[in-house]
Design a protein around this ligand. Sequence first.
Ligand code: F6P
Length: 555
Amino acid sequence: MSRLTQSELWSALSRHYDEIKHVHMRDMFDKDENRFKKYSLKLNDLLYDYSKNRVNDETLSLLLQLADQANLSGWIEKMFKGVSINNTEHRAVLHTALRDQDDKPVMVDGHDILPEIRKERERVKTLAENIRTRKWRGATNQAITDVVNIGIGGSHLGPLMVTEALRPHTLHDLNVHFVSNVDENHINDTLEYLNPETTFFIISSKTFTTQDTMVNAETARQWYINKLGSDEYIDRHFSAVTSNIEHAKKFGITEHNIFKMWDWVGGRYSLWSAIGLSIVIAIGSEQFDELLIGAYEVDQHFRHTPFDKNIPVIMALLGIWYNNFFDAQTMAVLPYDQHLNHFPGYLQQADMESNGKYVDRQGESTDYTTGPVIFGEIGIAAQHAFFQLLHQGTKLVPADILAPVYSYRCIARHHRALMSNVFAQTEALMRGKTETEVTAELMAEGLDDIQIKHLLPYKVFPGNRPTSTLLFDTLNAKTLGSIIALYEHKIFVQGVIWNINSFDQWGVELGKQLAKNILHELNDTATIDKHDSSTNGLINYYMQRRSKVKNQYNL
Ligand code: F6P
């Protein structure tokens, strides 16, 4: 047994779980009219209501002790101070330095990294503003109308999510596109209507070796050369963001178009770095600064607020409560703001690539479950898709609800309808509907006893399904920065308590390795027999069918 599960605190939490598991939140609210006041936190323009969770004072006290037992304050300081907490890659973890608004040095390997961060940010802003103000000219002296970010994972999801979230700040005559999939349909569909003379590419890849990105980058370059007949002015159309400067140069990007990132920033935490170039081009440098400030304010909150009032800490502890004691395997994230439609996808990588690990910091297998399966969708769409399971399914799915108090170009009729759903759904999930309530309702509808008896079981809602609601004034850059930072820190806190390194991602390697070998096999015509029968069978079927399909469908 691990130290975590052997601890007296863990046993106390298990005992407490046995006491509370049948307590209904409906009764908790009935008994304590201050529950909302007690279990909600305010930070700037954010309100975090966690009162619709299956917790009481004792739960929170035990969970907070868990944070102390893990020496969370020590780990927070280690992270902010640049200690090498990514222990398998021997790296510091300093996405917080990227948005630091202070002038106190942040030291890595004996030198202050802030001047370098700021210098690189200025370079990013200069390029972005030149493109935005049409100063930057392409091969035929035309202004840029389309920017294509080619990247995947952290070099894609964060920029895509932020750009979409802050769409009201984008320029009408400058479109930012994102290509991630090595499936040629993605880049073909994107390039189909673009003019190479007015298109600017950003090859975003920390390593500059990721297959999907490199294949797409090469296709983009070929497209440009084919259309323009030469690569003479390619430096007006191609840039790179990477920590592998040599590879970027080898690819043909001129040095002044290469923006640097560092090994102490993980891909999924990198939107604050030059990886955010597409964001700065889309929303402008002032808005990007706001994004950084919003995140910085949460960093300060996280670093200096006592844990019982610390939003990311509470978010993390609630997650652990459901994950490890209620055996909830999933967590839903449900934004009620259309502009956050890429937030669930972004969060999937941020959370699952960070905490989807079964080996602890000492190299031992954990005897407790770690990162949950994160899934989600725009709340309203989800209501008409999978909320049935949230309300009446057999699984407990804790959910985070995110919603704005006021919308961009708000139309009261729309926004009230939207928010009525936010409040109704969280209430319904919490309260449910009892047999007595259902019976009364059906009687009022004029159903007879037989009909009522038949329908009753289907109409009952057990309720007691936890939600946490994050209300924010409106989705501006600063608020978005804060929301992202809250989740980043929540993930970190959970990693600390689970004693795992949230900042490596060895689990993505095996598939990449095998794909490399299989790619060689696909370039050959020989029958494949080196794998298991399924893999051999699939590869051989694919190889045989290819030309037949091509001819049959005239492709
Ligand atoms: O395969 C996973 C991963 O390594 C992520 O961690 C990363 O965000 C993504 O690939 C892209 O990596 P890169 O920016 O090096 O191309």
